[in-house]
Design a protein around this ligand. Sequence first.
Ligand code: ADP
Length: 502
Amino acid sequence: MGEKTFAKIWGEVKAFLTLRSLKVRIFVIILIVGIIPSVFMRAAIVDNYEERAVDYRISSVQNQLLVVSNHLLNNNYLVTYKSDEPAYISSRAVIDAELEMISNLYEGRVMIIDSRLKVIKDTYGISEGKTIISEEVIRCLRGENTYNYDQEHGYIEMTTPIVDSSAAGGEEKSSGKVAGVMLTSISNGSIVEMMESLNRNSLVIEELMIVVIVALALVLSVVLTKPFARVTEAVNEMSAGYSDREISVPDYTETSQIVDAFNQLMRQMKVLDDSRQEFVANVSHELKTPMASVKVLADSLLMQENAPAELYREFMEDIVSEIDRENRIITDLLALVKMDKKAQELNIAALNINDLTELILKRLRPIARKKDVEVVFESMRTVVAEVDEVKITLVMTNLVENSIKYNKEHGWVKVELDADHQFFTFRVSDSGLGIPEEELPHIYERFYRVDKSHSREIGGTGLGLAITKSAVLMHRGSITATSVEGEGSCFTVRIPLTYISQ
Ligand code: ADP
């Protein structure tokens, strides 16, 4: 038992690893379909937030810088930054305060650079008087706004041109002269904080979702595959012999189909089993009949004291004929069993069917003569076919022998041989007793005899036509019979000229 459970568990583990189990597949599919989108969604939400927050921060800083830039120009800040005139000093102080405010507000640094790339104001106070040569500043002097988000170091750097629109004389800002550049770098601190909190929250939701999805996948994979487990259970129950009822698992179309196919198979097996049992019963019955006769004959001899020698002789002759009969049944049964062996090889060779027929008729004519039955042979052409000689001889002999056996006194049997390009036809017709129409479908069954006592009387076993049909089918041929009761019968065998294997 323990070993069995271990084997079962090991089987399930193996099925899991190789994804062969439907349960595991459903589980994995639900997991993938559920988890991947939620992970991507979280990443997309956080990314999207970052992009929008950076854009928003840049545009709000730039708006403020624009205001300051106007103040700068109005107060000639760029030109008078060194002047000692009290009016300039005070206006400069106002602008410096504005710049300080921006840099404090955004945790950053603002530098004002004039058109000769000289830093004239730095809110950090360290670069004033220095010259800055950077691509962004130069591009900005040409009127371009630039910005650069350094995610790694956590700051946004931007350049804003200080445009003197009055210098160009035009109204439009773009056509104005760039008098200087504001180089600003601000921290992204609040964005990062916000992102971190967003990330934390969405991670919690994501983890919750993963737990729910795993649970859902587990439940669904078990529930959805349950009907298949029920099929296995029902089939196992059946093979264990608990029930011989038809099984039914109608949960899915697929399980219904499997179960229907299985029930169909069981029905076929039952038919097969029934026919085997019937065959065994028939065989025993057929074999017992001659034995019973022998026993009766022997008993009656034993019972009689001083039975005359003639009586002994007569009874012994009867006993011998019963033993012959038993022998015939056994020989026929063996022939039939041999035919049933599917794997059995046929001994195929090209054979002149005309010669074979002549030979068979020569052998059977003495029996026909006894009953005064005339046997005629009509051949339309010479037929050479690839057949197993022994089996075809059996077919022809059985058919002609039946036509003689079940004939009237002074009757006739006609054997015809013909062929087309594909098949040869062997037809035996007679003026015999005929077979009632309702019996015709059964004559190929084992031990089937139209008139049991008559057939037994003339030495029939009821196996001849079963053997004949088997042999014909082995050659991929066909056998048909027509008959009118009291007038005669006609058996037609069609066999391919060339043997077709499989
Ligand atoms: P059997 O050994 O009894 O002849 P068969 O299988 O050869 O068995 O034939 C089955 C039954 O079919 C026979 O018992 C007989 O009643 C009937 N039958 C076969 N061939 C003929 C025929 N040519 N004419 C009339 N009845 C036939």
